[in-house]
Design a protein around this ligand. Sequence first.
Ligand code: HEC
Ligand code: HEC
Length: 507
Amino acid sequence: MTCSEHAGWAARRPVLREICLLSAIGVWAALLGAFVTPSTASAQTCTGYTVCPTIYLNRDNFPQAKQADAVIAQAETSLVGTLKKTTTEPLKRELLGGAILFDKTLSVNGNVACDSCHSRTSGFTGPISAFNVGPAAYNGSSGVRSGPRTILSYAYAPLAPTLHFDAATNNFVGGLFYDMRATGLVTGSAAADQALGPFLSPEEYGMPDPACVVFRMSQGVYAKSFEQVWGTSSFAIKFPLNTATLCSIPSTSNDPNPQVVPLVDADRVQAQTTFQNIGLSIAAFETTTLVSPFTSKFDFVRQGLSAFNAQEELGFQAFMGRTSSHAPCRGCHVASGSPALFTNFAAFNIGVPANPNMPFFNESVPDTFGYVANPAGTAFVDLGLGNFLRNSGNPTWAAMASQFDGTFEVPSLRNSARKPGALFVKSYTHTGFFQSLPELVHFYYTRQLLNTCGGSTVTVGVDCWPAPAVTANLDNRIGLLGTGFATEEAAIVAFLATLSDNAFPPL
Ligand code: HEC
Ligand code: HEC
């Protein structure tokens, strides 16, 4: 695909247009140390794909990936060391969760941990600026495949309630992931249910069987600590002799409970229990102040220990609602409560445009493992919560699915501004279409006031916005705040920066 063929409006925004042009002439690769290739590239330079995505980046080429890897290695060593010395609960369980979260050996090729995608310095989201600018989604352990969405933060995730329908607001509340599919109904904790997802996702850890995760851990350095927390039966499973081999082949299954390791029934039950305890451990770690500390300037202001400057105060007031006729930010990103979580855990369609740079659109042919991530190819439309409800197996929920097509979880805004430097780019919203907070806030002010891009209106965010990825169930209470409010928009951005942990005072 050339730049002119590059579907959608993303290529019309200055930063993306520049990348498109640079990659077309092969310069971007040199600049960023990345490999960007058209679909004709050989398998040698585009590992694992039979047809390369339009934008293919090899994370191994990026210094930021190496930095994230160094942090992971250091955290793992330190957590395992402390874990082995700790005897008291709940600390032991929490540290165990940390040791699991930073453990790369639990991914199929031993090369990915949670923080490969959820780096603390970038607010627990993607650590590689060029990935956030370009594909917006990250390759998992298999080296091939990436999913259809951008990365959400795992900080504060354990505060999400179990997914339920709330008749008063006529909305679903709770669960995790953009489509809320980690309901909490498996383990009793949405965060624990969520934590089990990455292991089995073909696009993330790529493990072909939950028993493989248990098997790898049983061979690992903190297996004994796991038994001390969860019982000596945790790894009392008779694994077949070829388990290591079976577990080294990346998953080709989207089944929520894939099985490649033959186990007798009792061992299968034990493997399932141990797997769930892995999720519960991770959730326990996420609740600690190491991850969810409530140490933002906002928290200090709340406690009377600091004060907003004039711009932050103006932003806070605007966030809370300048006018009553439009949904103010706080309507969904709740700023009250102690502590405030900046989400109501519900789902809406705010009209985010699609992002054609996502490799997922090109993942319609089998990769070298024979897995087709996205049979629909460029026709793929992410229906979010509606799609989950339709396939949830719950007939009551399935009957409501169409009312929720195109709706996505309201993410917490804590740490959304946090990043390692001014030049670092993050991607926002589920498609990653937005790559800066000023642009997203401007969208909130003007989505319905500017034209839909097309014909003579082509400059995104200036005279138009691209059409929403899904028009069904569009929330029409946002996008109406007005044009010409640059000062107020900038103030909201300044306010959002007060939600970053450990920034004030320096801890
Ligand atoms: C390959 C990249 C990748 C890896 C590895 C990864 N994640 Fe994620 N994570 C994502 C993406 C992408 C999403 C959003 C996906 C969606 O909503 O469907 C996400 C979502 C989440 C969420 C949901 C937050 C919310 O507000 O709903 C949590 C929590 C989370 N991840 C924790 C983890 C943990 C724990 C691990 C390790 C066991 C992990 N992730 C490994 C990419 C990754
Ligand atoms: C009607 C509910 C609603 C209102 C009102 C609302 N938001 Fe959101 N917000 C959402 C939803 C839903 C998403 C995720 C949308 C998606 O990915 O499709 C989101 C995403 C965001 C994100 C991106 C977070 C991330 O991690 O990617 C930011 C920042 C944000 N909103 C800020 C604001 C601000 C500032 C306002 C007020 C101007 C506001 N929101 C008003 C529902 C709302």
